[in-house]
Ligand binder design. Structure first.
Ligand SMILES: [Fe+2]
Length: 298
């Protein structure tokens, strides 16, 4: 197995593990070695391993204590026959904006996994930006703004089937920053507010990471977000967004997929997205979300 750096755009450069032979199973890679590398690098790409839909899931199981709620993305993501926790990535072929998966919700995954079954012929890269590097390159003025202004998201999350005779019921969510939650059985939705800082402590690195939905913009707006801004109900100043955009562009890595590549990404440190691709090109990438790992923050 060969170990390579991914890019100097990441703090610690990331790690690409390339198997010498495509007959080596992904399941043969030592778990502890991966855990230790992941804590430092936060992004590992596995390449040229022999894998399959099911061994991919078995591999992820080794690092997962709890998967993200499988109802989180039912509106957007197509199901697979592998597991209810393995879904296709978002539909569409246009460029998306950088985000940390579900950073606005109480179910904010620690790790996101992307597995490539069919790469694009052209474009369609997954783009990745390290929130540690991004934070370190923002101006003090912008950093001060995000340190003093937690974000507030008003959410409407579809959870179950509509019931015409349904009622509204208060719902307690035992999660920091979650409040005003109620279930609307008539509409089959959970309504709630979530407060969260845009910047997050990465304890095992003793660093801060800017990993959030601040750059979230059209054309793909998450329909669960009804409204967002600062906790004081103010929008983020345009100049600040522009600075974040400019600096993130500078530190974004474009991953050109090869068949069977697997990306393991620290979702509370890194943001990801997708480059545009030709709509006739067939691109099949699967996504799985580890809500709580069995080795980080334990
Ligand atoms: Fe995503």
């Amino acid at each position: 197995m060969i170990s390579k750096s991914i890019t100097s755009k990441f703090y610690g450069d990331g790690e690409m593990l390339i198997s010498d032979s495509n007959s080596n199973s992904l399941l043969s890679v030592d778990k502890i070695t991966i855990q230790n590398s992941f804590k430092k690098k936060g992004c590992i790409i596995f390449r040229n391993f022999q894998t399959s839909d099911f061994s991919y899931k078995e591999f992820i199981d080794r690092f997962t204590k709890v998967y993200a709620n499988d109802t989180n993305d039912t509106l957007r993501r197509k199901k697979t026959n592998i597991s209810k926790f393995v879904r296709h990535v978002d539909a569409g072929n246009l460029k998306m904006s950088l985000h940390s998966e579900a950073s606005f919700s109480p179910s904010w995954p620690e790790i996101v996994w992307f597995y490539c079954k069919t790469p694009c012929k052209k474009d369609g890269e997954t783009t990745i930006c390290d929130g540690v590097k991004l934070w370190e390159n923002l101006s003090e003025k912008t950093k001060s703004f995000f340190l003093a202004n937690p974000l507030k998201y008003k959410l409407k999350i579809p959870l179950f089937k509509e019931n015409k005779k349904g009622v509204k019921k208060k719902w307690f969510i035992n999660s920091v920053g979650s409040y005003d939650s109620f279930l609307d059985y008539k509409k089959g939705e959970l309504n709630m507010c979530q407060i969260r800082f845009a910047v997050n402590e990465i304890n095992h690195l003793n660093k801060l990471a800017f990993s959030n939905h601040v750059l979230h913009e059209k054309p793909y707006i998450d329909k669960t977000i009804q409204k967002w801004g600062t906790i004081f109900d103010k929008k983020i100043p345009k100049k600040i967004i522009e600075e974040v955009k400019k600096v993130s562009d500078k530190f974004t890595y474009f991953h050109k997929w090869e068949k069977d590549d697997l990306i393991m990404l620290d979702n509370r440190r890194f943001m990801h997205s997708r480059n545009h691709f030709n709509k006739n090109d067939s691109r099949v990438i699967l996504n799985t979300q580890t809500l709580k790992s069995n080795f980080l923050n334990v």
